[in-house]
Design a protein around this ligand. Structure first.
Ligand code: 5RP
Length: 221
């Protein structure tokens, strides 16, 4: 079993009968969805909401009952991956492009469990380029605003085309190297009119499960 799978399957044990569950996106969340799917096949009764079209499809393939976000109400638990996690549980997310729905679902959850291999744990956020979701209207103007903030943005590409999110928006990956004040930057970025949201998740994660290369599992609360 690989490290992502170990962390994700541990988190899937938190899901209990009757819960409303948020399903994350990415190669680690994938294993959590599969494990939850196995449990549903064994009789676990839950309702779920997915954070991306890809996770929605995977969950439906497993027979996990998916409910539209606006109909599910408050979620008990969301399990999702991350690109970086700092000691205060601040996160960079959005490497898979799903940051907007992920942040909405996380904000609507009593508990956000982050699952990752140990390499995602960092002392300071920022080595991983911070994804910023930008509306296509006036995208160049917004890009320049990000440049003026010193974010060193680069459009995410999908072959020759700009990458499009499930919401039809663009992603500017910001090469910051080190983020000293994640909470301030989060607000600053989201105040730019063309920015929909960014991949900084501040004060949202309640539990972090890390599977390390030495075989240890850290479950931090
Ligand atoms: C998708 C995400 C992912 O959770 C994040 O990129 C981690 O992905 P992976 O588990 O594949 O390393 O935020 O938008």
């Amino acid at each position: 079993m690989n490290l992502k799978q170990i962390a994700a399957e541990r988190a899937a044990e938190y899901v209990e009968d009757g819960m409303k569950v948020g399903l994350g996106t990415g190669s680690t969340a994938y294993y959590a969805i599969c494990r939850i799917g196995e449990r549903v096949r064994d009789g676990l009764n839950i309702q779920a909401v997915a954070t991306s079209e890809a996770s929605d499809k995977l969950a439906r393939e497993w027979g996990i009952p998916i409910v539209p976000f606006d109909q599910i109400g408050r979620l008990d638990l969301t399990i999702d991956g991350a690109d970086e996690v700092d000691p205060e549980f601040n996160l960079i997310k959005g490497g898979g492009g799903a940051l907007l729905r992920e942040k909405i679902v996380a904000a609507n959850s009593d508990k956000l469990i982050i699952v990752a291999d140990g390499s995602k744990a960092v002392q300071k956020l920022g080595k991983f380029p911070l994804p910023v979701e930008v509306v296509p209207f006036a995208s160049e103007w917004t890009f320049q605003a990000l440049e003026k903030l010193g974010c060193q943005p680069q459009w995410r590409m999908d072959g020759q085309q700009r990458y499009l999110t499930d919401n039809g928006n663009l992603i500017a990956d910001c090469h910051l190297e080190a983020i000293d004040h994640a909470a301030d930057l989060n607000v600053q970025l989201n105040m730019l009119p063309g920015v929909v949201d960014n991949g900084l998740f501040v004060d949202m994660a309640s539990t972090v499960i890390l599977a390390n290369a030495d075989g240890s599992i850290e479950e931090l609360h």
